[in-house]
Design a protein around this ligand. Structure first.
Ligand SMILES: Cc1cc2nc3c(=O)[nH]c(=O)nc-3n(C[C@H](O)[C@H](O)[C@H](O)COP(=O)(O)O)c2cc1C
Length: 420
């Protein structure tokens, strides 16, 4: 059975493409588990990131989610039948094998895993998998008792030995109302998405060390209160993740007030104040090739924070502030080979101020963020950056997701990295 809708890519308002996924072909196999509905989100996110997604469904999977849903989300016909989808004279079962850059099976049933381990190919999904010679990622989903079954575990081990990547299952509530919680739940779609991005990335920065700062700092004026700022840390986190996808070893120095979970596979140093952030950067600076100062570091700190909680009845406190250390200026003075990126957030005379910072601080690249632009949201998921380089290039990026902007930023700084 083939269900068609017009080919389209949904990129929302912001351009969401990140170069490791843009223009790549993902074959997504869906098998017969209740978790099949979660893969709808995965398809949507992949398409938004610029991928083409070819969904393949087993007969059982089509009992859980209609192929029409996947066809609408992917903008491509869904393949289900080994024989029914074959146009005359065309070996359709091998087309996704040639076409796909990666094969992802999510959710994967015990039955599918068993067939793959045993070398069986009695439907389109398993036939494609047996012939697929590029990266394969399997996200199993099943009842915890099934997952514990020794035959299932042996099949998983066999496939791992053959180089197949597995993600999950994880512990948690099962999709079925009457199922006991345990290990068997499919990994969350955004984590599967991240893993696909890793499998498709081109690690040209392998061996490079990158230090990224991210999030706000907090300057306490008593043990429970502080002066902070609105930074969410999303931009810094995106820079760290994209540097990691480029293959670099990344240290992320992250303010505790940053929103959400930090990216995986980076060395995380959590800090509170500007002073702590400065100390962490200094500790890792000597060995790094690139420092990206994305964090919104407080310019002032409270001179003498109170040791005890200030009382309302004592009236409004008068706080005396003093300058914090300019970490980027310190890095400029102490650099040997390191490339440096600074961020500028200016509300007036944006370009002039950014150019002044570029020259005064002697950095390789300034990313200018103009919060007065309606669509450049501080704390949101997208941004419109202007990049100014040491060679006086001015690159105006369109409205992009922070991940896509981070990728463009790292591409732009590449000429200034120390040659290894
Ligand atoms: C309501 C329901 C839910 C099911 N959920 C799962 C599941 O999460 N994991 C699994 O391995 N099998 C599950 N099964 C069993 C599979 O659908 C069955 O083994 C089927 O033959 C799998 O076919 P496929 O691997 O070709 O998709 C479920 C069956 C039913 C009726």
């Amino acid at each position: 059975m083939t269900v068609s809708t017009p080919d389209r890519r949904d990129s929302g308002n912001a351009e969401t493409r990140s170069s490791s996924l843009d223009d790549r072909n993902v074959v997504l196999t869906v098998t017969g588990s209740i978790a099949a509905y979660k893969s709808c989100h995965l398809v949507r996110d992949l398409v938004r990131a610029g991928c083409r997604v070819q969904v393949v469904m087993t007969e059982s999977a089509a009992e859980f989610v209609g192929p029409l849903t996947f066809a609408a989300l992917s903008g491509r016909p869904v393949l289900t039948g080994l024989f029914s989808d074959v146009p005359p004279g065309s070996p359709v079962h091998l087309q996704p094998v040639e076409w796909g850059d990666v094969l992802v099976t999510a959710p994967a049933t015990a039955n599918y895993i068993g067939k793959l381990a045993g070398g069986l190919a009695d439907d389109l999904a398993t036939t494609i998998a047996q012939a697929f010679d590029k990266p394969i990622l399997i996200a199993p989903a099943m009842n915890p008792r099934m997952w514990k079954n020794r035959a299932v575990q042996r099949n998983v081990d066999l496939l791992k030995e053959r180089g197949v990547n597995f993600m999950g299952p994880v512990e948690g509530a099962m999709a079925g109302m009457d199922e006991q919680p345990g290990v068997g739940r499919m990994a969350e779609p955004h984590l599967i998405f991240d893993r696909i991005e890793e499998l498709l990335s081109d690690p040209t920065w392998r061996g490079k060390r990158v230090v990224v700062t991210s999030g706000p700092t907090r300057e306490p004026f008593d043990p429970v209160r502080f002066i902070g700022n609105r930074s969410s840390g999303r931009m810094g986190d995106a820079v760290a993740r994209q540097a990691r996808l480029k293959g670099a070893d990344v240290i992320l120095v992250r303010g505790r007030g940053a929103a959400g979970a930090p990216p995986e596979s980076v060395g995380l140093v959590e800090v509170e104040t500007a002073r702590e952030m400065s100390a962490a950067v200094k500790e890792h600076f000597d060995r790094c090739d690139l420092l990206v100062m994305t964090a919104a570091v407080a310019d002032w700190t409270v001179k003498k924070p109170s040791r005890s909680k200030l009382k309302k009845r004592d009236g409004a406190p008068v706080l005396t502030l003093e300058r914090t250390e300019d970490i980027l200026a310190w890095a400029c003075r102490n650099r040997k080979k390191q490339a440096l990126i600074g961020f500028a957030l200016e509300t007036e005379k944006h370009l002039e101020e950014a150019k002044r910072k570029l020259v005064d601080k002697d950095v390789d690249l300034i990313a200018l963020n103009d919060p007065t632009k309606a669509d450049s949201s501080f704390g949101g998921d997208s941004t419109r950056l202007t990049l100014l380089t040491r060679d006086e290039k001015v690159i105006e990026l369109p409205l992009l997701t922070k991940h896509a902007a981070a990728r463009r930023l790292l591409d732009a700084v590449e000429p200034y990295l120390p040659k290894s």
